[in-house]
Design a protein around this ligand. Structure first.
Ligand code: ZN
Length: 405
C-alpha cells in the first residue's frame, strides 16, 4: 500500500474526529540506494498541536493511526514492513543527524529502535517494522530546501485500471502555473506508471501553485481525495560533496569532480559507461538505458574533459549519473599530416617510423601528428540532466537551480 495514501486517509479520519494537524504532512525521501527500501524509499509524518489533548484523547488519535495501518497495509508483500513512531517534544540536533544518516548511508532496524528508546519515542513495528527508520527520519529531517507535492488519489474501484488524464490539460497547466516535471515530450510525468492509488502527483515550490494546477488538470475520473505534502523531493538533499573519488562509499550519493579517462562506450542493453579519474583513483560511471537521450549527451564527452558529476553509487559499484556540469572541455585533437605529393591523409608507418602514403607511396620520416582544435557539442559551465522519466525523486531539476543560462 502506498504510504502517502495511508497518511492522507489517516489525516482525514483524525480531522473527522475533531483532531487538528499543524501545517502540511511531510513526505521525506531517504537514501535511494538503501538495500531493503520500498520503491520510493519515503517516510511520512505530521504534527499535532499539543494543546488539543487537553480536551481530546491522545490515545484515540494513536488508535486511529495504528488501526489504519493494520487495516490497509499489504502484509503479505515481503517488502511491506511498516512502522509507526510517536514522538512528543522538539526535534533535536541528534534527530537531525539521524535523518541525515538515513539519506546518506544505511541505518538498521536495531539502530533505529535503540535511537527511538534514546529519544523517548514510542514505536510500533508491523512485521519487521523497517518503517520506523523512515518515520523517525521523516519527522527529524531538517529542510533547508523543500518543495510541495499534491497527490490525487483514485476511488478504490478504479485502482489498477488505466488512467485517463487529459494530456492537453496538463500541457496547459504546465504553461499556466509555477509547477515542474509535469510532462516530458509525450510522457505524462504527473501520472505514476504503477497500479498504486495515486491518480497523479504535481510538484511545485509553493502550495498555492498546486491548488491552481489542480483546477486545470482534467482527470477523466472522480478523485477520492487530495493531499499536499511538504517534501525534500527535487532538492539534491541526498548528495554530499566528495573530497575525492576514493573517499566515496557504495550506497551513497555525491557531487564529484574529475577527468574523463576513456571514450564513453555502450554495452549490451544500451547502458553507457566511462571512467572518471582524479589524483586519488578512478570509478566507472554509468548512464543506464532508461536515461534515454541523456546517454547521447554523455557520449559526447572525450578523454581529458573535466566534469562535475551528480549521482550515487549503487549495487554494481558504478556511479549512476543524475546530472553533470561541464567544467573544462578538452578541445585538442591530433591528426596525421597530409601527403605533400597527392594531398591524401598519410597513414602511420609504425611506432616512431613516421608516415607513409597508401595512395602514392610517399614516405615522410621526420614528422609528428598535427594538433588542431575541434568543435564540441557540449558547453563549458553548462549542466545536463537525465529526462524527467528517469529522474529520481530527490534529484534537483535544473529548473530549480537558478541557473543564469
Ligand atoms: Zn601521396
Amino acid at each position: 500500500m502506498c504510504t502517502t495514501y495511508l497518511c492522507a486517509l489517516v489525516i482525514q479520519r483524525l480531522k473527522d474526529k475533531g483532531f487538528t494537524i499543524e501545517g502540511y504532512p511531510r513526505l521525506i525521501r531517504l537514501n535511494p540506494f538503501a538495500r531493503f527500501k520500498t520503491r520510493g524509499n519515503g517516510g511520512v509524518s505530521f504534527k499535532f498541536p499539543k494543546e488539543q489533548f487537553k480536551d481530546h484523547d491522545l490515545n484515540e488519535a494513536k488508535k486511529i493511526i495504528l488501526d489504519a495501518v493494520e487495516e490497509l497495509a499489504m502484509f503479505d508483500c515481503d517488502n511491506t514492513n511498516p512502522g509507526v513512531v510517536f514522538y512528543d517534544g522538539e526535534i533535536t540536533e541528534e534527530m537531525e543527524a539521524f535523518a541525515y544518516k538515513a539519506l546518506h548511508s544505511i541505518i538498521t532496524i536495531e539502530e533505529a529502535e535503540e535511537f527511538a528508546e534514546h529519544i523517548g519515542a514510542e514505536i510500533h513495528k508491523f512485521k519487521k517494522g523497517r518503517g520506523i527508520i523512515g518515520s523517525i527520519a521523516s519527522m527529524s529531517c531538517k529542510l533547508t530546501d523543500y518543495t510541495y507535492e499534491l497527490l490525487a488519489y483514485r476511488l478504490k474501484e478504479n485502482r489498477g485500471t488505466k488512467r485517463h488524464i487529459d494530456y492537453d490539460s496538463v500541457v496547459r497547466m504546465d504553461k499556466l502555473t509555477d509547477t515542474f516535471e509535469n510532462i516530458d515530450g509525450d510522457y505524462l510525468a504527473i501520472e505514476p506508471n504503477t497500479p498504486c492509488p495515486v491518480l497523479y502527483g504535481i510538484r511545485a515550490n509553493d502550495p498555492e501553485s498546486l491548488k491552481k494546477a489542480q483546477k486545470i488538470v482534467i482527470n477523466g475520473e472522480e478523485v477520492e481525495r487530495y493531499c499536499i505534502y511538504l517534501t525534500n523531493q527535487h532538492t539534491d538533499m541526498h548528495l554530499e560533496d566528495a573530497r575525492d573519488i576514493t573517499s566515496m562509499k557504495q550506497y551513497s550519493s555525491y557531487i564529484v569532480e574529475g577527468f574523463v579517462k576513456d571514450k564513453p562506450h555502450t554495452i549490451e542493453g544500451g547502458h553507457l559507461f566511462f571512467t572518471l579519474g582524479d589524483e586519488s583513483g578512478s570509478i566507472e560511471c554509468a548512464a543506464y538505458e532508461p536515461t534515454k537521450d541523456f546517454r547521447k549527451i554523455v557520449a559526447r564527452l572525450r578523454p581529458k574533459d573535466k566534469v562535475k558529476l551528480y549521482g550515487g553509487i549503487g549495487k554494481e559499484n558504478t556511479f549512476n549519473i543524475e546530472k553533470f556540469q561541464v567544467l573544462k572541455l578538452n578541445n585538442i585533437a591530433y591528426r596525421n599530416p597530409k601527403c605533400p605529393e597527392c594531398g591524401k591523409t598519410l597513414s602511420s608507418a609504425g611506432h616512431n617510423k613516421g608516415f607513409k602514403c597508401k595512395h602514392c607511396g610517399y614516405i615522410l620520416r621526420d614528422s609528428s601528428k598535427i594538433l588542431y582544435e575541434i568543435s564540441r557539442q557540449l558547453k563549458e559551465g553548462k549542466f545536463y540532466e537525465t529526462p524527467v522519466s528517469a529522474r529520481r525523486h530527490l534529484a534537483k531539476p535544473l529548473v530549480r537551480m537558478n541557473l543564469s543560462d
